[in-house]
Design a protein around this ligand. Sequence first.
Ligand SMILES: Cc1cc2nc3c(=O)[nH]c(=O)nc-3n(C[C@H](O)[C@H](O)[C@H](O)COP(=O)(O)O)c2cc1C
Length: 187
Amino acid sequence: MAGSEAGDGVPVLVAYASAHGSTREIAERIAERLARAGHRVETYEVDGTVPPDPGRYHAVIIGSPVHDMRWVPEAAAYVHRHQAALERRRVWLFSVGMSEALGRPFHARAVRHEPRDLPGLREVVHPEETRQFPGALRRRHLTPLGRVIFRAMGGRYGDHRDWDRVDAWAEAIVRGLPRAERRRPPV
Ligand SMILES: Cc1cc2nc3c(=O)[nH]c(=O)nc-3n(C[C@H](O)[C@H](O)[C@H](O)COP(=O)(O)O)c2cc1C
């Protein structure tokens, strides 16, 4: 768990799963932006062992990589396990996939289609908003069969994250939260 310097803002949880680190870094970036705006942010990886209780927070942001067109099980399980607390909180969900890495026409199709379990997750927690971000994918992350399929879809390995989009989303979340005294930048 990572915590931010306390501002006078609301307590916010950024919970994420990450197989290879790119969702973690997006979660940390969002947390950093919210902390900069004065909120008291805690960042947790949900790996099934340390279950941060969402009931302790005003707002909860949950992110997952997309594997085989779905959220990874530990992230989806976290949402379902904490359904009762989450439905009474402000919740934002984000997914990290590889749509930007694909060639045409797969790219257009991937951008249009959200992860298959997202409609179900939306029913469970009624999020303020859900968002998809491009992530990073390396050849070593895929099985030999996965590499063949990825290549057939015109896929390009690499880091496709768009930090401006991540920052813009974090700023939109900040605008949706009660105003906080902004933290002074370190001298
Ligand atoms: C086994 C595997 C399956 C994947 N399946 C999908 C998928 O169905 N759709 C998608 O958009 N991205 C898929 N991806 C891409 C990942 O979601 C993307 O690389 C993401 O950045 C991974 O996040 P992470 O680094 O936090 O694990 C897959 C990646 C792996 C390794």
